[in-house]
Design a protein around this ligand. Sequence first.
Ligand code: PLP
Length: 403
Amino acid sequence: MKYLKVKKDFPILNQKINGKPLIYLDSAATTQKPKVVIDEIVNYYSFSNSNVHRGVHALSERATDSFEEVRLGLCHHINAKHQHEIIFTKGTTDSVNLVAHGFRSILKPGDEIVVSELEHHSNLIPWQMLAQTSGAKLKFIPMTTNGELDLSTLGSLLNLNTKIVAFNHISNALGTINPVKKITSAAHSVGACVFVDGAQALPHMRVDVQNLDVDFYAGSAHKMYGPTGVGLLYGKSAWLEKIPPYQGGGEMIAEVSMEKSSYAGLPHKFEAGTPNIEGVIGWGTALNWLNDIGIENIKTHEDNLLNYALELLKEIPDVVFYGTAKERAAVISFGLKGTHPYDAGVLLDQMGIAVRTGHHCAQPIMTCLQIPGTIRISLAAYTIQDDIDKFIEALKKTILLLN
Ligand SMILES: *Cc1c(COP(=O)(O)O)cnc(C)c1O
């Protein structure tokens, strides 16, 4: 099987934009949702809506069971050792903030945090804030011009003061797949804690957190065919026990008096307040949908399409590629000689093609490449060959119009 046939599962893709059939090539910003997920959310509010972990009544038990089933599903999906190592958050950004905030009470002046130059702002700013509040020093794994991390620098970057090493599994801006195991074992050799932003990896490849041996791993439901506003933080129990709660409130306590409270155990210690129940339940359905197709089949489909699109783009002389890493997934970032990415984005939109233009929430990468931004197409399970053909045709028209 070369290509999947799942586009029909996505009602939103069956429409016209500016009078042209919609070609959605912005899945790295957010994926569309299959009808089963949309239906499940309606179904939840129609038949099961109730608060979780609270009532003894039937609806509350039903909602709680469905909610906790998703935690178990995610635990299996990423091969976590324990269910309580899966914390529900608002998304990847929230997960990074939870951990960075937790380390405020652990880090001291003189400690060091290492982040890569290839990061989405959400895996950079929280560490900058942590450095400011704790007095720790921020250091960077540099990126090469082809968009890979320069691991030859690890030896001089890491030392016994290094407390945290944070980087992404797959870059949203360039599609580079980073060698997580290699960086993790180097970080562990100096006793540092490893945080991996997996927002772009979870939709595209098999992730096994025990095999990778990372300490923390974060993801967002909306990047993997689920709803917005919900995500996960995986953490090894020992680390989750060690860091203090992020927010106080209902659900996260064991015993409360007016002066002081004791905190609930994992995972509830980090889940203050009523969670995004509809989001979690919708995510569970998205995960089942994804697993029915198989993440390996999705990867093959996307790799084939990526190569197909690359071959066609290489034939267009005006195209300049950004990010040409050996290991890459589902993203092509490029520019057009002599034009601004934004202008191309506007023209493509008029032809029904949704691409992302700009810095993709990763300004340091653009600074490193000395460009204002790129045009990015990103693929998903529902992308078809005809989408690529229509995109290439529209891009050729765009080049004629801009010259
Ligand atoms: C989307 C994305 C994020 C941020 O995810 P949110 O869902 O917006 O919190 C972080 N890192 C990467 C690599 C991403 O693609």
